[in-house]
Design a protein around this ligand. Structure first.
Ligand code: FAD
Length: 374
């Protein structure tokens, strides 16, 4: 165990709570400030990949089965084409955000973290590691972790916001009361949007849309996916529509004085691979290691390394997303090669390096895509 030091966390989403839990497990004094009150919700596809599930279990978080459904892989559906792969390295969890947040908060509290809900951070002094809340309180620590999400107010207060996205993409989700019809996350592709369908409970399915361009509404997006619409039938709607965007965020820096940006606050590319939570948990482990080893100055470099491969996979998917004919050929090729699809899932989950992909497999898929061989 390391020497106990003080950590202040802004944001009680999954990443902030992971920091609180891992911080307490290492024996540090942890204070967390969250502006919302439980259960805190957020637009999310709510799929936690196998590496994220392992980290959650290392935290000792116990999820309520009512908000949970495991999934065994990912399936792409594009018109009549279906390509699927199962995880060979564990299971994923579809977990309703409110249940996840509540379970993580319970664990953090049980470990002795001081959680302050309903308090909003409105000012930051990075050199002193000090934050001020709207109700006039001041908190100070050796390390401040800004885990305050995509639109991070702390990042803005520290003047670390980067340039806007060149091709803004948006996300929106809603839940239906219906028994999940699959134990895979299903990704429906159309020429103008993607639909992510995640089982998030024994009797609940979450539907999240991603698209570029603003001004869309949930029913309009759903009508672009007749197969999905048919599966949902007249299932009752269980939650209000929630949306966000632009999704891409590139801060100027992820460290200033004693403040480190972590999770979505540290930057986000796209939700197309469903890796945000897993990547956020991995960032927490790394930034805490830097803090304990007094190498916080290396956090920006480590952050770049952590996001490089997941961002590469996102870049590839966003590239094929823009060219429908190419996308269809890739999906046909993947439907013929579930082993390669499994390996892509492993890269996406940080369990395999892209350079370790077998060259024969790569040549096979390139051949199939170029010649349109099914
Ligand atoms: C449409 C969509 C689908 C997605 N699908 C998936 C998926 O399937 N799987 C996956 O892993 N990821 C997915 N993601 C990404 C995932 O939701 C995020 O990566 C994840 O929520 C990041 O967690 P976080 O704790 O960093 O931020 P958040 O979850 O946004 O939490 C930030 C917290 O900070 C609090 N806060 C903000 N400002 C202040 C302030 N001033 N003072 C105090 N508190 C403050 C907020 O209230 C919030 O609770 C998706 C994202 C979108 C948009």
């Amino acid at each position: 165990m390391s020497v106990a030091r003080s950590i202040l966390i802004v944001g009680g989403g999954p990443v902030g709570l992971a920091a609180a839990i891992f911080g307490r497990l290492s024996g540090h004094n942890v204070t967390l400030i969250e502006r919302g009150r439980p259960p805190v919700d957020k637009p999310c596809g709510e799929g936690l990949m196998p590496s994220g599930v392992r980290r959650l279990s290392a935290m000792g978080v116990e999820l309520d089965p009512e908000g949970l459904h495991s999934f065994m892989g990912v399936r792409y559906i594009d018109g009549d084409q279906v390509a699927g792969a199962s995880f060979t390295f564990g299971e994923g969890y579809g977990c309703r955000r409110t249940y996840l947040q509540a379970a993580m908060a319970r664990r953090a509290e049980q470990l002795g973290a001081a959680l302050h809900f309903g308090q909003e951070v409105i000012a930051v002094n990075a050199d002193r590691g000090e934050v001020h809340t709207a109700d006039g309180q001041t908190f100070q620590a050796e390390l401040v972790l800004a885990c305050d999400g995509l639109r991070s107010p702390v990042r803005k207060l520290l003047n670390l916001d980067g340039p806007p996205a060149s091709r803004p993409r948006f996300g929106m989700r809603q839940h239906y009361t219906i028994k999940p019809w699959t134990d895979h996350v299903e990704v429906y592709w159309s020429d103008t949007a993607e639909a992510y369908v995640t089982p998030v409970g024994p009797n609940r399915v979450g539907v999240a849309f991603l698209w570029s361009g603003d001004g869309e509404r949930f029913p309009g997006l759903l009508s672009r996916f007749p197969k999905l619409q048919a599966k949902l039938g007249d299932a009752p709607i269980e939650s209000q529509v929630r949306g966000t965007g632009p999704l891409q965020v590139r801060p100027k820096a992820v460290l200033k004085g004693k403040v480190a940006l972590v999770g979505d606050a540290a930057g986000y590319y796209d939700a197309i691979t469903g890796e945000g939570l897993t990547l956020g948990f991995a960032q927490v482990e790394t930034v805490l290691k830097h803090f304990e080893r007094h190498t916080l100055q290396d956090w920006p470099k480590s952050h770049k390394t952590l996001v490089f491969e997941p961002y590469l996979v996102i870049w590839l998917l966003l590239f094929i997303e823009r060219y429908p004919a190419l996308r269809r050929r890739v999906i046909v090729a993947l439907s013929q090669d579930s082993v390669l699809f499994e390996q892509f899932l492993q890269i996406n989950d940080g369990l395999m390096r892209p350079q370790d992909l077998p060259i024969r497999g790569l040549l096979r898929i390139v051949w199939r895509v170029v010649w349109g061989v099914g």
